[in-house]
Design a protein around this ligand. Structure first.
Ligand code: 5GP
Length: 191
C-alpha cells in the first residue's frame, strides 16, 4: 500500500520505557502522530479512554474483529490488544508519520501486512534495570510483574528481527535517536 514508509512500529519489553520515549518524541515533534489501540484490559490510574487506549469489552473487541476493523491483534497476559485499521491507513494516505507501540507478535504482523513499515526495538540497559523500572512503576501486582518479566526474555530474543534498535539509557537522547530513524526512513525509504 502507498505510504507504508510513514509507518513506524515500536516494541520493547514491559517497563523498558518505550511509552515515555514515544511521548517525548511526540511532544518535541508534533508532526508525528501515534495510533490508539483497542484493549480489553482495565484502565490504569490516570489512563483515559480515547487517549491511552480505547477500553472496550471482550464482546466489543470480538465484534470489531469480525467487522475487519482490527488489522492485527494479540492476547497479552490475558487481555486482547489490537490496532484499528482506521488509525493507520489514514496516516499512510495523508503521508504523515505515525507510530504504533505494540508487542512483538503484532509488530511481525504489521511488517507482513505493510512491508515498507519500519520496526524499532527499544532495549533496556540490562534485565536487572528492566525489573527495577517495572517495580518502580508500581502499577502491576507481583504475579503480573513475573509474567511480564518472563515475556520480556522471549521478546528480547526476538529483537534480532527488527529493522532498528535503541537502548534506553536516558529518555531525551533515546527519543532523539528515534526521531533520526524516522527522518532517515522517510527520506530514503521506498515510496
Ligand atoms: P500495556 O498493558 O502495558 O499497556 O500493554 C501491554 C503490551 O501490549 C505492550 O507491549 C504494548 O505495546 C502492547 N500493545 C498495545 N497495543 C497493542 C496493539 O494494538 N497490538 C499489539 N499487538 N500489541 C499492543
Amino acid at each position: 500500500m502507498q505510504g507504508e514508509k510513514y509507518l513506524f512500529v515500536v516494541s520493547g519489553p514491559s517497563g523498558t520505557g518505550k511509552d515515555t520515549i514515544v511521548a517525548r518524541l511526540l511532544a518535541d515533534h508534533p508532526e508525528i502522530q501515534h495510533t490508539i489501540s483497542a484493549t480489553t484490559r482495565a484502565p490504569r490510574e490516570g489512563e483515559q479512554d480515547g487517549v491511552n487506549y480505547y477500553f472496550v469489552s471482550k464482546e466489543d473487541f470480538e465484534r470489531k474483529l469480525q467487522n475487519d476493523e482490527i488489522v492485527e491483534h494479540t492476547c497479552y497476559c490475558g487481555n486482547y490488544y489490537g490496532t484499528l485499521r482506521s488509525e493507520i491507513e489514514r496516516h499512510m494516505r495523508e503521508k504523515t508519520p505515525v507510530i504504533l507501540v505494540i508487542e512483538v507478535e503484532g509488530a511481525g504482523n504489521i511488517k507482513r501486512l505493510y512491508p515498507g513499515a519500519t520496526t524499532v526495538f527499544v532495549l533496556p540497559p540490562d534485565i536487572q534495570e528492566l525489573e527495577r523500572r517495572l517495580r518502580a512503576r508500581g502499577t502491576e501486582d507481583e504475579a503480573t510483574i513475573q509474567k511480564r518479566l518472563t515475556r520480556a526474555q522471549t521478546e528480547i530474543a526476538n529483537a534480532i528481527h527488527y529493522d532498528e534498535h535503541l537502548v534506553n539509557v536516558e529518555v531525551g537522547p533515546c527519543a532523539e535517536s528515534l526521531y533520526t530513524i524516522i527522518q532517515y526512513h522517510i527520506q530514503y525509504g521506498r515510496e
